[in-house]
Design a protein around this ligand. Structure first.
Ligand SMILES: Cc1ncc(COP(=O)(O)O)c(C=O)c1O
Length: 457
């Protein structure tokens, strides 16, 4: 990857959202140039610096495309009209069933049920594990709002465990909460941005308190813990195929487990009525289902054949993409630490993790006050780079925004402090190496601008 600093790139190919950034930068240059004429040489230096600011002109929200074989399979399903999973003549001709089999093979689980979303998988994993209305569920204070939502949907009550500056659940606070909530029977852990805490310590703590561990692996497809795919330490796990995840079907999710009863219950809740469980490859036999379809409701949360068709070829490339993502991430973080390491720190992966770094997180240092943190975000935005602060007022990963499942009297000081400085940037697969050079430049130049006050005013 080239290492040299590149100057401002051509605006001709800018996407509409970036046009604003380019116009703003142009205005900035015009204003600073005019000022330099009026005020003299000191401002000229600032104007020169401004002139050399990097501008990103690529869409950071671009999702991964569907491989051609997935597009072909989806088209043929549409031509035949067979888009409902149970419209297939048997399990091995159902695209969803084949997809479930391939996901289970990839993650190493015995059973897999495909669903319309990971949020549905999380909701069902609690119900299938026996959660009753009003039961408490320990979960990360730093996660996506869909998680406390799923707890609420399942009838449970979220109790939050602190997350630390490595963005993972804090084990000391978990131990404390397990003691403070002796009636709590479930711990739902989210591997936010694919980061795993010490899962052996979590398991040990949960076992000592007879708490069932459930894993939200929405961000950890392709991530390994101690040589095993993520999602094996808990009794059941959930994966997502929403567009910004490692597999993209727009919407979609999977519940995986080695527990026969959980798998059967999940299939029925999802919509395997009458004897339709026979059209699954990765659920237990009829001796486990028995009369379940008459005992529990059908929530109609099935995955469609179209979603499964576009997912299947993507499973084959997860490992290859992990290598690509991680090589880029190493390059980017090396550059950041070398150039602006004084002003930010990179969360550390817990030993034992093989990560998938498909996004970048960093914590701005206390050298920057809160106003400067805001200025930094604005500097990045105006130069074409969307950087999200997890603690922003509207961020769905900020627990203060979960008014439907409030933290109550628990101030969660560790998570609160972390959220104020933790930044999040996508690293789209479709970008080229030089785009990541630009990304690093925008981050470093924006920090410089804020720290040395040379940015836009
Ligand atoms: C940590 C986490 N868990 C669960 C979900 C829910 O996934 P889905 O959108 O597939 O319902 C998300 C969605 O982004 C998430 O970020």
């Amino acid at each position: 990857m080239p290492t040299s600093t590149r100057s401002t790139r051509c605006a001709c190919a800018a996407m509409p959202s970036n046009v604003i950034a380019i116009i703003s930068a142009t205005l900035l240059i015009m204003v600073t140039s005019a000022l330099s004429l009026l005020i003299g040489p000191t401002t000229t230096a600032a104007a020169a610096a401004a002139r050399h600011r990097t501008i990103l002109n690529r869409d950071i929200m671009i999702p991964d495309p569907v491989p051609q074989s997935g597009i072909d399979e989806a088209i043929s399903l549409m031509q035949s009209g067979r888009m409902y999973r149970y419209n297939a003549k048997d399990a091995s001709s159902s695209v969803v069933s084949l997809c479930e089999h391939e996901i289970a093979q990839y993650t190493g689980h015995k059973y897999c049920v495909a669903l319309n979303s990971c949020g549905s998988a999380i909701m069902l994993m609690m119900k299938c594990a026996g959660l009753l209305p009003g039961d408490e569920v320990l979960c990360n204070a730093f996660t996506f709002g869909a998680v406390p939502s799923a707890i609420e949907h399942a009838g449970g009550k979220a109790v939050y465990v602190e997350s630390d500056s490595n963005l993972v659940m804090d084990i000391t606070d978990l131990e404390k909460k397990l003691v403070e909530y002796p009636n709590c029977k479930y711990c739902l852990i989210s591997h936010m941005r694919g980061k795993l805490t010490d899962m052996d310590a979590v398991k040990d703590a949960c076992d000592r308190h007879s708490v069932t561990l459930l894993e939200d692996c929405a961000h950890s497809l392709g991530v390994y813990w101690n040589g095993q795919h993520s999602g094996h330490i808990g009794k059941v796990a959930a994966f997502s195929s929403q567009s910004y995840k490692m597999i993209n079907s727009g919407e979609g999710g999977f519940l995986v487990t080695d527990d026969a009863s959980i798998a059967a219950n999940c299939a029925v809740y999802a919509g395997a009525y009458e004897g339709l469980s026979a059209k699954h490859l990765t659920v237990p036999g009829p001796e486990i289902f028995m009369d379940l379809p008459t005992q529990i409701p059908n929530y109609s949360l099935r995955m469609s054949e179209l979603a499964a068709a576009v997912i299947r070829p993507q499973i084959l490339t997860i490992d290859e993409r992990r290598e690509k993502y991680n090589a880029r991430y190493d390059y980017i973080t090396d550059q950041l630490v070398r150039r602006v390491g004084q002003y930010l720190s990179i969360p550390v992966d817990t030993p034992g993790t093989i990560p998938v770094h498909d996004s970048l997180q960093f914590n701005l240092s206390h050298e920057l006050n809160h106003e400067q943190v805001q200025q930094f975000l604005e500097e990045c935005a105006i130069h074409g780079l969307k950087v999200d602060l997890f603690g922003a007022k509207s961020n769905a990963r900020n627990f203060v925004n979960w008014k439907f499942a409030p933290a109550g009297d628990d101030p969660l000081p560790m998570t609160t402090e972390m959220l104020k400085r933790a930044c999040d940037v996508r690293l789209p697969l479709m970008w080229d190496d030089e785009d990541f050079d630009d990304l690093v430049n925008v981050l470093c130049e924006s920090l410089d601008a804020v720290v040395y006050n040379t940015g836009f005013e």
